[in-house]
Write a protein that binds this ligand. Sequence first.
Ligand code: HMG
Ligand code: MG
Length: 298
Amino acid sequence: TSSDHVRIVEVGARDGLQNEKTLLPAVVKIELIDRLSDTGLQTIEATSFVSPQWVPQLADAAEVFGGIRKKPGVSYPVLVPNMQGYQRALAAGATDMAVFTAASEAFNRRNINASIDESIERFAPVLEQARADGVRVRGYVSTVLGCPYQGDVPVSDVVRVAQRLHRMGCHEISLGDTIGVGTPAKARAMLRAVAGEVPMAALAVHFHDTYGQALANILACLEEGVRVVDSAVSGTGGCPYAKGATGNVASEDVVYMLHGMGLETGVDLDKLIATGAWLATQLHKETASRVTRARTAA
Ligand code: HMG
Ligand code: MG
């Protein structure tokens, strides 16, 4: 018997913006995060302390992190790829961080210029220091349902990488369908296999909606027992190093589905819709959220 509460991990300010060509000013990112805090979201990924050469959009990570109004009870995790990122994030005041690797060697090489083993070696000192500093670290596994360079990714590879991150001390493992190619039965089987080695309570799912399968995949994973779902307001997102990947599933659409199923999120859907519509205006883009389009139609 699973709980009726689903925690949304809002990744719009990080995943959502990292692939945007037009640089958004820090003040707009800060306003985005503050507005998201006011919707009732408990977990709002704020930015990444990665190489500014690799992700220019997030070069202002310290300024953004320092400028947001930290709402009590809300956590603001940031991505860190290595010890240098950890030190920058710690100096900015971050207490929640995330490391990221992949189940596919080919993708990992392009995304963080390291093999899976090398990436895990880089994370070891990060997790050790985090333990000493009282910092919580999430672990991402990308390409769990397919890789743009390698194609199929064996479920056993996903299980192995997720298990290693969990054993190293990552409190939560987010399973990412980076390019949105997964379908429900595959998503369910993958989650079930990982949950054989890592407790379901420590797992999250992260679907990009490239092929329009994200909500269906989330539903399959909810039925399997997952209770943490990553999504991005307005359906923004994409990884600059994942060819062909588009946005994350829209948070508005996930919240609408969950509430419709009688699951609770603590999120005010109307405020989330308003925030997504505002962000789309800032990006000069039409929102990818179907719920927002339906609600704001003239
Ligand atoms: P590298 O070039 O191999 O790194 O990149 P390096 O250690 O050789 O350093 C090269 C330069 O970068 C040096 O500067 C370092 O100081 C600097 P230089 O001496 O040339 O002036 N540098 C840094 N600067 C600031 N902060 C740092 C940092 N590290 C090194 N932390 C590296 C390796 C990992 C740094 C690079 O590949 C990188 O930053 N990659 C990040 C790519 C990224 O952010 N991708 C998107 C996030 S993952 C994602 O979206 C998937 C996810 O959403 C889940 C899913 O959908 O599947 C999470
Ligand atoms: Mg992603």
